[in-house]
Write a protein that binds this ligand. Structure first.
Ligand code: MN
Length: 242
């Protein structure tokens, strides 16, 4: 049996082929026969609230609900694009919400699960914005705005994000090695799975003289990307757009 991980799909009406790929994958034997499916953030390009009446959130809820109804638990951790996703949508879709930094036993091994953005400590400007927008007050204020105003706000935030990533050094936007070590130590585990950086890889590292690993999930911009964890090991594989 296998446990499956995806992240950084950035689903958006502008890339309908990726939404179709997501729906087809969730209906596939690999997912329907899995022990569990984990979505580690940035499932969508922008989430403006669980009350969004657009088509995409409805399609996502339907696709995930069917997996859940087939007996496969689906876990979700918010990313920096969908941190306004809450319990209302989770209930509708049959998702179990996880806090960033949760440790779950995955195929017999305690594993630290993160979206990954908190590990990018070198990006001070980003971390400052993150702190500001994650407060309950800020979230409540945004969610009290009319849907149209929130759509405009999300579009502006995406523009700002593009401007920031376009002018910030690649290395600054990757995880900080000390932050990774600290996160693993704090959690007391030797395996970390995260997304966010869009740099899929299995990194070996040493933690207090012990072998540890950091597994990074890939994005879904051009094709799909899945991590399959079994008792025997881990495997990152792609999914072609058909
Ligand atoms: Mn992200």
């Amino acid at each position: 049996m296998a446990t499956l991980f995806i992240a950084d799909l950035h689903l958006d009406p502008s890339r309908p082929q990726i939404t179709a790929l997501f729906e087809n994958y969730l209906a596939s034997d690999e997912v329907r026969h899995a022990d569990a499916l984990y979505i580690l953030g940035d499932l969508v390009e922008a989430w403006i609230g669980d009350d969004d009446d657009a088509e995409l959130p409805q399609r996502i809820a339907t696709a995930i609900r069917a997996v859940r109804d087939a007996g496969v638990p689906v876990y979700f951790m918010v990313g920096n694009r969908d941190f306004l996703l809450g319990e209302t949508f989770a209930q509708r879709a049959g998702l179990t919400l996880l806090d960033d930094g949760t440790v779950h036993e995955i195929q017999g091994r305690p594993t630290l699960l993160m979206h990954g953005d908190v590990l990018c400590t070198d990006d001070v400007a980003y971390q400052n914005v993150r702190r500001q927008v994650r407060t309950p007050q800020w979230k409540a204020q945004i969610l009290s705005m009319p849907l149209e105003a929130r759509r405009a706000f999300a579009a502006k935030a995406r523009e700002d994000s593009r401007a920031h990533t376009g002018t910030t050094q690649e290395s600054i936007m990757d995880v900080n090695a000390d932050a990774v070590q600290q996160a693993l130590r704090d959690a007391g585990v030797t395996r970390l799975i995260h997304g966010h950086t869009h740099r899929p890889a299995v990194h070996s590292l040493e933690l207090n003289g012990e072998a540890a690993e950091r597994i990074v999930l890939g994005d879904w911009y051009e094709h799909g990307s899945v991590l399959k964890v079994t008792h025997d090991g881990v495997e990152l594989h792609g999914l072609a757009v058909t």
